[in-house]
Design a protein around this ligand. Structure first.
Ligand code: NAD
Length: 359
């Protein structure tokens, strides 16, 4: 099998890297792709390109930038099937999910911000007694550093790129090293859509190496991050000395609360879907369910029955409800019995206490 070799995209050009890391097909466990193992050098090159592109891109009118974003959306839409197949293979999610959610939403992200920038308004305050009018003008910050996770790869990456460039910023994006393929495919459309060189730079590699080089670069005043809490803590610490603008979208342990008057016909399929869609790899997935004691047994029986009907299959199988988990490490994490996780968090005694409170 021929390996897919990704390259960084800097200043409108694909550039090879000095070293590469393996990327796996989660459904087979085989290495099928090599991802650039970038570092400081690549970030320097991307910063230079983004800095050079900023004056001209930020002084374009919102109408002009909007047109470019719409053009990009159209190109992505024309390649929806190709992108969906790539996303499913790279991430392990079902092809159905990639076709109906991930890629259509990526297209919509560009369309949404292409429209939103045309209707953008700001506030003003009149102070008649002083003869003053205070008003706000929003200006782009410069180079935005965008770091995205592996669960909804193109969806969340474009959700960051689209608003940043619509507002006149230039960007350096770093997708997850586990799911870099659709970001690399996106690069092919950027020049075609008329995105000027240097406006969008995509640099691939690991968090500790290239991610930290981006976060600590003094010429990148804004970091937008989606991912886990520990990484967010690290990014906050690293960027604090620079007083960077930070946007952090993190994980949660979202509970569903089911009361006895709930309509179980609707509630059971909704709860199964909210728990297991995208293999349960969504930040807003239900990870705890609180059920009123009076309907607990009934709910549990029906929830388990409905869950058993969910088919785990190869991602391209149209009848599969769930594909493959992203990595072996993640499989081990979610397979760890709840009791040992509790033990880690609460210690032996508290673990026992918690068990006795559960029906
Ligand atoms: P992660 O924190 O391990 O990685 C996210 C990104 O950060 C990756 O690109 C990674 O390479 C990079 N990174 C890792 N260490 C870094 C460092 N030291 N410096 C800079 N960058 C670094 O998260 P993940 O496992 O890829 O993603 C899953 C997490 O994302 C889950 O917790 C999930 O709930 C959360 N998530 C949240 C949202 C949301 O909107 N709130 C959406 C999707 C996922």
């Amino acid at each position: 099998m021929e390996l897919l070799m990704l390259e960084n995209f800097i200043d409108g050009r694909f550039l090879p890297c000095h070293s590469y890391i393996d990327s796996y097909d989660p459904s087979t466990g085989e290495v099928y792709c090599k991802v650039p193992d970038s570092g400081k050098e690549e970030i320097e090159a991307a910063v230079e390109a983004a800095r050079k592109a900023f004056p001209s891109w930020s002084s374009r009118s919102p109408q002009e930038r909007s047109q470019v974003l719409n053009q990009l959306a159209d190109l992505l839409e024309q390649s929806l099937e190709e992108l969906a197949q790539a996303e499913s293979k790279d991430q392990g999610k079902t092809l159905t999910m990639a076709r109906t959610i991930d890629i259509p939403r990526s297209v919509q992200n560009f369309r949404f911000f292409a429209s939103s920038i045309l209707h953008h308004t700001t506030e003003s305050t009149q102070m008649d007694h002083l003869g003053c009018l205070h008003y706000t003008v929003r200006t782009p910050v410069g180079i935005a550093g965008l770091i995205s996770p592996w669960n909804l790869p193109l969806y969340l990456l474009t959700w960051k790129i689209a608003p940043a460039i619509a507002a006149g910023n230039t960007v350096i994006a770093k997708p997850s090293e586990l799911t870099s393929v659709t970001a690399w495919m996106l690069c092919k459309f950027l020049n075609k859509a008329g995105v000027p060189p240097g406006v969008v730079n995509i640099v691939f590699g690991t968090g500790p190496k290239v991610g930290e080089a981006l976060v600590t670069h003094p010429e990148v005043p804004l970091i937008s991050f989606t991912g886990s809490q520990p990484t967010a803590e690290r990014i906050t610490q690293l960027s604090a000395p620079f007083c960077k603008k930070l946007s952090l979208e993190l994980g949660g342990k979202n509970p569903a609360i089911i009361f006895e008057d709930a309509n179980l016909e609707d509630c059971i399929p909704a709860t199964v879907r909210s728990s297991f869609a995208n293999q349960g790899e969504i930040c807003l997935c239900t990870s705890r369910i609180f059920v009123q004691r009076s309907i607990y047994n009934e709910f549990l029986k029906r929830f388990v029955e409905a869950t058993r009907k969910w088919k785990v299959g190869i991602p391209s199988d149209p009848s599969a409800s769930m594909g493959a988990l992203i990595s072996k490490a993640h499989l081990e994490k979610v397979s760890t019995p709840l009791s040992s996780k509790l033990q880690k968090v609460f210690g032996r005694e508290a673990q026992h206490k918690h068990h006795t409170h559960w029906p």
